[in-house]
Design a protein around this ligand. Structure first.
Ligand code: M6R
Length: 610
């Protein structure tokens, strides 16, 4: 949510920054801007809308002499997404400008004080107050680093900020608190950014900043200080192994489609090293030091929350662990009771989701061991947990989460088997059977995906004009139904509701009418007969129904008006085919309706505000 990049080096900085912002577009934004010093003068260009609008403005200015710049894509919080509210913001006095990701909670009180000192504001943002606080602190004898630190110490809330000054054009300052920010270390050039893809074409050497750290970079140096006392902090760079190709579209029209088709590889990579040589047992060395939980509380948001719901029955059935699953934004504002020995598992693709991070901290304060399941190495959640397991799905760029969920489901399945092994609670032969089935899964999915896509497209074209849809399922198909509905909402802007099929008769069935389609998930599992009855209840109300089910077998047949036959698989692995079917349906519906698939309106990839 919001993207920051700062560059100082030997290249023309503005094109580097614009290109970096483009690679951060996935984070979601509604305006953009850039600040640079040229001819000893600070220039700021901003535009509402997409980067193209900003580039149109830049086309008429010569920017090639500037070798340092800061840029920003803004996702509006305080004030509408207008040019005046876009970042960078410049101080009323002096030549300092600043970009900011996050929320400066006590900005109103400081704005009043600054106005009392004669400061005039030209935007509605909290950010403009912050840059003016920096300028206000910068009195003779106080360096810019000190003034920046003094201002940040007054700011409550979450932030990642980058700052530059026309009097020190080659120097950039940056700091973070509860919002992502990292350094990219090059040769004769350095970067600050919200995420690695911003500078990936130039360097893979990264320094992850912690909360309460402030940095000063020049083309030839980088220094980190503690915000509290400006004492130097010693850190070294890590080389990350992502390549640019895996962060690009690879010939697919959208990142979302590419990422759906990457799921077979994500499964294979996620499995790597997580079984013994004979493929009979699961190995998760990261968890060996932790006791098997006597109770487990899973906390997450959005799609990651659905992963938690999906695994719940298997954690109870296979591993005998009483489990509950909670939405992080609800958990963090109660006074939760955590039983002694209760373990917390936080699930987050980005590892930066503000609510999940806050929930993690609450759980730790209450002495619950916390395990993180993340995709992004070096993310805040990954660093703050007692043990972290990486999904190894590679960078997920599209705002809509797809391969991340697939890899989360896979690791969670392995965790249920792993804890079941340690508890001796697994039915005999189950682990080898599951692992054999998992071995074949990537190849089966690879074959299935193009077929599913063709089928999804036909169905999407048929149903994309509906104003509302239901996605219904039971057992492990219920969270997949929730996920199907979430994807349709976020990508197509069609109202879609995911519901537990057995709950329909307790109210929602009243909505069924001839133009209200229901997508019914009825795999051949233990609940098939129950799902069949629920399906009949809906069909009897003359609602259009599409049943996603497996190929009919004796005793496993249902009378569906429209059936979508999904490839079958062993036990819970069925979900790994139903999931991409739903993802592809939502993708095809959104492209048919001409929506912005990779950057749906109002959404951000990484939700770093609460
Ligand atoms: O990075 P996280 O997994 O913590 O993100 C949580 C949600 O914001 C995320 O899953 C969101 O619901 C998806 N982008 C929806 O496709």
């Amino acid at each position: 949510m919001c993207g920051i990049i700062g560059y100082t080096g030997h290249r023309p900085a503005v094109p580097v920054v614009i290109e970096g912002l483009r690679r951060l577009e996935y984070r979601g934004y509604d305006s953009a801007g850039v600040g640079f010093v040229q001819g000893r003068e600070l220039h700021i260009l901003r535009a509402a809308g997409k980067l193209r609008q900003l580039e149109n403005k830049l086309a008429s200015c010569g920017t090639f002499l500037a070798t340092s710049a800061i840029g920003h894509t803004r996702w509006a919080t305080h004030g509408a997404p207008t040019e005046a509210n876009a970042h960078p913001h410049k101080a009323f006095r002096g030549g300092v400008c600043l970009v900011h990701n996050g929320i400066f909670e006590n900005y109103a009180e400081h704005k009043q004080i600054l106005q009392g000192k004669g400061c005039v504001f030209s935007s509605e943002t909290d950010t403009e107050v912050l840059v003016n606080l920096v300028a206000d602190e910068r009195v003779p004898g106080v360096s810019l680093l000190e003034a920046f630190a003094l201002a940040l110490r007054k700011a409550q809330g979450a932030y990642a900020v980058a700052l530059m000054d026309q009097d020190e054009p080659d120097v950039l300052y940056a700091a973070r608190h509860s919002a992502p920010l990292l350094l990219g270390i090059g040769r004769g050039e350095n970067y600050v950014a919200s995420d690695i893809p911003a500078f990936l074409p130039y360097t893979r050497d990264v320094v992850f900043l912690e909360d309460g750290e402030i940095v000063r970079i020049t083309p030839a140096s980088w220094q980190i200080f503690s915000l509290a006392d400006l004492m130097p902090v010693s850190k070294s760079a890590q080389r990350i192994d992502w390549d640019m190709q895996s962060a690009q579209k690879d010939g697919f029209r959208h990142f979302m489609l590419k990422e759906i088709f990457e799921q077979p590889r994500a499964i294979a990579e996620c499995m790597a090293g997580r079984t013994d040589a004979s493929r009979t047992a699961v190995r998760i060395p990261e968890m060996d030091a932790l006791p098997v939980p006597s109770r487990l509380r899973i906390i997450a948001c959005g799609t990651s929350f659905h992963a938690g719901l999906w695994i719940l029955p298997l954690l109870e059935e296979w591993a005998g662990i009483p489990t509950n699953v909670e939405i992080a934004s609800e958990f963090r504002y109660r006074k939760p009771l955590l039983a002694p020995g209760e373990t917390t598992l936080v699930i987050s693709q980005s590892g930066e989701t503000a609510d999940t991070l806050a929930a993690l901290r609450i759980a730790r304060e209450r002495h619950s061991p916390v395990i993180g399941l993340c995709n992004v190495v070096g993310s805040s959640i990954a660093r703050e947990t007692d043990a972290v397991i990486f999904t190894q799905a590679g960078p997920e760029i599209s705002v809509a989460s797809t391969k991340a969920l697939c890899s989360q489901m896979l690791v969670l399945l392995l965790m249920a088997l792993y804890w079941g092994q340690r508890q001796n609670s697994l039915p005999k032969g189950l682990a080898p059977e599951a692992l054999r089935a998992l071995d074949g899964l990537p190849a089966q999915l690879e074959t299935a995906l193009p077929v599913l896509r063709t089928e999804a497209r036909a169905l999407a074209w048929q149903h994309a004009s509906a104003r509302s849809m239901f996605f219904l399922g039971r057992g492990q198909s219920y969270p997949l139904a929730l996920e199907g509905a979430l994807k349709v909402k976020e990508l197509s802007y069609i109202h879609a509701e995911g519901y537990a099929a057995g709950e329909m008769k307790h109210g929602p069935i009243a909505l069924i009418e001839p133009d209200f389609p229901s997508f019914f998930l009825a795999p051949h599992d233990a609940l098939f007969a129950k799902s069949r009855s629920n399906l009949e209840e809906v069909q009897a109300r003359r609602g259009p129904v599409v049943v996603l089910t497996n190929s009919p077998k004796p005793g496993l047949h249902l009378d569906a008006r429209q059936a979508w036959i999904i490839p079958d698989a062993w036990g819970p692995l069925k979900g790994f085919f139903f999931l991409p079917a739903l993802q592809l349906f939502s993708y095809e519906a959104a492209t048919y309706l001409g929506k912005d698939v990779d950057q749906p309106r109002n959404l951000a990839k990484s939700v770093t505000v609460e």
